[in-house]
Design a protein around this ligand. Structure first.
Ligand code: ADP
Ligand code: MG
Ligand code: MG
Length: 255
């Protein structure tokens, strides 16, 4: 069953078309990777799917389990099970990490008519997951992302993802700013959500990355090459290894 489906998507930023007819489907239970050179529009795709201001979808469709993402508010997208992790997480000075997690989780619960959880209940829910990600209680009390190192921001995003357990996650350059130990820790947390016993057969993921290295840890079912605003090629995990060896030139010339 197709979980996430994008057809002929066009996205313009500041009047310039960056995504030019992108088509991609991810079935439930699968993890796909999008690889592309710097400036190919990987983050533009993620921002457009998140509904960020300034990213104008001029043509095409994007659905998650039948929900028309392009007509949904960012809150409705999250309520429909979409989760995005960005290359550059935002800093929120007035809000602690734990308060942010509580607000995100309770907003989702409200959209599904579930009762709100209290702070102690949330803390209990996240403790085991936070330990696995080496996130201390002290870090959870600090203002969100303010003064967090690159690795701490990514580990906190992995915690959000573990707690929210989204139907479909898009991870944009999760490996950037991570040393190898943090990369392993974050990847293990992401992979836990892919396991069938954790509902992984119902979930899908799109892992956006410039480098093949991340895909040694989060092994994709399919790999797509983004070049010049479109999917220029698709294949199995071996395509990522080919890109690592030979670079993107072939796809840039052909496009
Ligand atoms: P990637 O994530 O693959 O490195 P991006 O999506 O960040 O690529 O950028 C794709 C292209 O869109 C680049 O040419 C970049 O300069 C341009 N671009 C991205 N954001 C903006 C913006 N806010 N205004 C104008 N151009 C932008
Ligand atoms: Mg970039
Ligand atoms: Mg990017």
């Amino acid at each position: 069953m197709t979980l996430f489906d994008v057809q002929n998507l066009h996205v313009a930023v500041g009047g310039t078309e960056i995504i030019k007819g992108l088509t991609l489907s991810v079935p439930a239970g699968e993890t796909h990777a999008i690889m592309g050179p710097n400036g190919s529009g990987k983050s533009t795709l993620a921002y457009a799917l998140a509904g960020r201001d300034g990213y104008a979808v001029t043509q095409g469709s994007a659905t998650l389990d039948g929900l028309n993402l392009l007509e949904a508010s960012p809150e409705q997208r999250a309520g429909g099970g979409l989760f995005l992790s960005f290359q550059y997480p935002v800093e929120i000075p007035g809000l602690s990490a734990i308060a942010f997690l509580k607000a995100s989780l309770n907003s989702l619960r409200a959209q599904h008519s579930e009762v709100a959880l209290s702070a102690p209940e949330i803390l209990k829910l996240i403790r085991a997951r936070a330990d696995a990600l080496k996130i201390s209680d002290e870090m959870l009390k600090r203002p969100l992302n303010v003064g967090f190192s690159g690795g701490e921001k990514k580990r906190f995003e992995a915690l959000q993802m573990a707690v929210l357990a989204p139907r479909f996650a898009i991870l944009d350059e999760t490996d950037s700013g991570l040393d190898i130990d943090a990369l392993k820790i974050v990847s293990e947390s992401v992979n836990a959500l892919r396991k069938p016993e954790n509902g992984g057969a119902e979930r899908g993921m799109l892992v956006i990355t410039h480098y093949q290295r991340l895909l040694d840890y989060i092994k994709p079912d399919r790999v797509h090459v983004l070049a010049q605003g479109r999917i220029a090629a698709s294949g199995g995990p071996e395509l990522a290894l080919e890109l690592e060896r030979e670079g993107y030139d072939k796809y840039l010339r052909a496009a």
